[in-house]
Design a protein around this ligand. Structure first.
Ligand code: GDP
Ligand code: MG
Length: 162
């Protein structure tokens, strides 16, 4: 079975955009509204000839509605089954309370994590990416899932960890 790379992060940080970037085609649903991708979405991807499964979780939402609880449970399940977790954070927003909660779960989990500082569309935002060191999950990778900035280097590191 192929190694599982699981994308987690709160809604609207760019998880689906990242999946599309890795696939090189528009497969996941990307919309402006937060939380549009509700279901776990699993695809086969590869980088430099190294295949892996890429799982886009519906996102981590504050508990409340039954649907949100279901989505959070799915995300936790996906995380437990992961060989590597990609924790996507929106560097243009900074660390939110929700990001903090996800980070806490990931610090306790026995799984390798790469923190992806997304929406670093240009060098002006590199500083914002480094602020994500405060999540306590290692050095963040500055990327722009939308424009492809930094994603090649990140994927090189990703497949080296599988
Ligand atoms: P998800 O809810 O985490 O799956 O987030 P989406 O992939 O649906 O993206 C949410 C919004 O952020 C969309 O409008 C995307 O176009 C935008 N977005 C995603 N990645 C980037 C990025 O690298 N830079 C910028 N500027 N916008 C991005
Ligand atoms: Mg999505």
């Amino acid at each position: 079975e192929l190694p599982a790379v699981v994308i987690v992060g709160r809604p609207n940080v760019g998880k689906s955009t990242l999946l599309n970037r890795v696939l090189g085609r528009r497969e996941a649903i990307v919309e402006e509204r937060p939380g549009v991708t509700r279901d776990r979405k699993e695809v086969e991807a590869e980088w430099r000839g190294r295949p892996f499964r890429l799982v886009d979780t519906g996102g981590w939402l504050p508990s409340g509605s039954a649907l949100d609880d279901k989505v959070s449970r799915q995300s936790e399940k996906a995380m437990r089954e992961a060989d590597l977790v990609l924790f996507v954070v929106d560097a243009s927003v900074g660390i939110t309370e929700e990001d903090g909660r996800v980070a806490e779960l990931l610090r306790r989990a026995d799984v390798p994590v790469m923190v992806l500082a997304n929406k670093v569309d240009d060098s002006n935002r590199e500083g914002a990416a480094w602020e994500l060191m405060a999540l306590g999950l290692g050095e963040p990778w500055p990327i722009s899932a939308l424009h492809g900035r930094g994603t090649g280097d990140m994927l090189d590191a990703l497949v080296d960890q599988l």
